[in-house]
Design a protein around this ligand. Sequence first.
Ligand code: ADP
Ligand code: MG
Length: 288
Amino acid sequence: MKNLLEVKNLKTFFYSDAGVNKAVNDVSFEIPKGKTVCIVGESGSGKSITSLSILRLIDHPGVIEGGEVILDGKDLLKLSDAQMRKIRGREISMIFQEPMTSLNPSYTVGYQIDEALKLHQKHLNKKQRFEKVVESLDLVGIPDPREKYREYPFKLSGGQRQRVMIAIAMACEPKLLIADEPTTALDVTIQAQVLDLMKELQDKKGTSILFITHDLGVVYQIADEVVVMYKGHIVEKASAQELFKDPRHPYTKALLHSIPIPGVTPRKSKLDTVDDDVDYLSFPKEIR
Ligand code: ADP
Ligand code: MG
C-alpha cells in the first residue's frame, strides 16, 4: 500500500445557539508512506480541526459528523476509545505550536521523554530507556544530552524546547507525525533548523508527516504534497512542485501572491493579498 493514511469525506461541525459552523466540510486527502503532506490555509480555515479529527481529539460542542480516517487499512473513526488511545503516541504523534504549554515546567526534559518511552516502549528497562532518551536528545541536535537530561524546560531556548517536543514525538517511532504550526513561534533561522531536523528524521525512520501551516514559505521548504484549505473545504490538492509552478485555483493564486518566497513569487504588493470580499468557493475546485 502506497498510502499510510487516507482521509475520506471528513466532516467535523461545531454546534452553538448561533447555528452550525462546518469547520471541516467534506475533506479528502491521502498521506503517502514516508512523505510530507502540508495543509495550508489562512487562520480559521479548518487545518487544526482536520488534524484533531484524525486523532479523534474533538470535544463538545464539536462533532465528527462523518467520513473515514483510514490508517494502514483500519478506520480510526470506528475504533473504541481504548483502541484509539493506543494509536495516539504509538502510531501517530503530534507536535503543537507552543512548546512551553506542551512541556510540563515541573519536570526535567529527560523525565518527560522517559515518560513517553514508558508508555509506548514497554519492553525497555530503566537503563535502556535512559540511553534511548540521551540518544534521542542527541538525534534532535541538543548539545550535551547527558547534562540536558536533568534540565528543566525554562532553562532551554525556544528552539531547544521545540526540539525536545520533536524528541518526545519521535521517541515512540510513530508511523505518522502530525505537526500543527510547530515552528510559527520560532525565529526564521531556528525554524529552518527544526524543519531540516524533521526532514532528517523522516529520511532515517521513514515517518510520514502531516505538516500544518499558514506559511507558504514553510510549505515550499518541506512539502511533497500540498492540500489548500479555505473555509472548511479543500480548494486545491497538488504536488508541491505543481502547486508553486502552476497554481490552478484563484484562492491558491491569491495566497501565493500574498506571501513572498524568494525566487518563486514576486514581492508582496497590497493589491495581491487575499481578498476578503471574494468568495473563493464560487470557483470550481481544482483538485488534481
Ligand atoms: P485553523 O487551524 O485553520 O486556523 P481551526 O481548524 O482551528 O482553524 O478552526 C476551524 C473553524 O472551527 C473555525 O471557524 C473555528 O472558529 C472553529 N472552531 C475551532 N475550535 C472550536 C471550538 N472549540 N468551538 C467552536 N468552534 C471552534
Ligand atoms: Mg490552527
